[in-house]
Design a protein around this ligand. Sequence first.
Ligand SMILES: *Cc1c(COP(=O)(O)O)cnc(C)c1O
Length: 368
Amino acid sequence: MKNVPFFNYPYLFKSREEDFVNIFREVGHRGAYILQRDLKEFEDNLAKFAGTKYAVGLANGTDAIWLALMAAGIGKGDEVIFASHTYIATAASIHFVGAIPVPADCRKDHMIDPESIKKLITPRTKAILPTQLNGRCCDMEEIMKIAKEHNLIVLEDAAQGLGAKHKGKGVGTFDKGGTISFYPAKNLGSFGDAGGFVTNDKEMFEKVMLLRDHGRNDDGVFVMWGFNSRLDNLQAAFLNYKLSYYEDEIIRRREIAGIYQSKLGHIKELLLPPSPDDDADYFDVYQNYEIEAERRDELKNFLKENGVGTLIQWGGQPVHSITSLGFTGKGLPYTEEMFTKCLMIPMNTALTNEDVDYVCDQIIKFYN
Ligand SMILES: *Cc1c(COP(=O)(O)O)cnc(C)c1O
């Protein structure tokens, strides 16, 4: 029996151990811990990679959403439409600027459904906050059309989407910007908590820069109220190095998605995510490989018994099902049905082709 964990945390470090230790040593010898040149270099390279004018390093992906909403002027009484199929952090950030999180349904590719957004718009709606989920970009053309029609702000939760594109445009470039997470298991993972914000909007950039460092400008003058949500300089140094080979990692993830598609595509009990060359309008970076499976729980157990780690996203709870936070748990039919079937199978750069073949063989065996 093979052992294929859902995510291989030690590999994150061991993959390039020598280089990481050298970076730690070099930064340590300079005593460069907070707001140093490594952070600035990473921000410059992150903006370049994202195709945005600006990038800001932040403490984590949750702060990124929260501070960006604040910078966009979202506040008390405003309604913000977001996908129920997202992390609680998306809704919590809306809550903590004093606004009302309004969950929307998703569609077959698990991305927010523009038709659902339209139905949820009220006179109090101020913004749409789509999640660029599983490394795929939402149908941003349609979302921007809705936003323009109703005069709404669009901010992207791109925690899972760095590098994903829709019709040639990358996440973070559509309106107010995109928030990124560098949580270890994310596509571009650091050795701890880390996050970022990318944008073409100068005002958003300047406000988020101030908010992350106590409202203090370059001259050390406090020009507004702010927080401490700086990205550690050491994490920035690691991330800057990791960004230099990030494109190769995306290629590998797309390759793995291609293998899954070719080996599992024929199984009628499964719905697979769109394959890498399914639709030229989308460029997916495969943060996750989330399938829908008949007899999902049985499959999950079978895979576990055979050494394959899987995960049901958000512990199986779409945000609108969390009644303890005031949500009703009703009214989003696709999401509700999907959460009885969704399962993520291993998708990361620690996987060998033999690992991927083994995962496929086990799934095939289960349905036979
Ligand atoms: C990971 C994630 C976040 C939060 O990022 P942290 O860095 O863990 O704070 C927010 N939204 C989505 C969709 C995520 O996957």
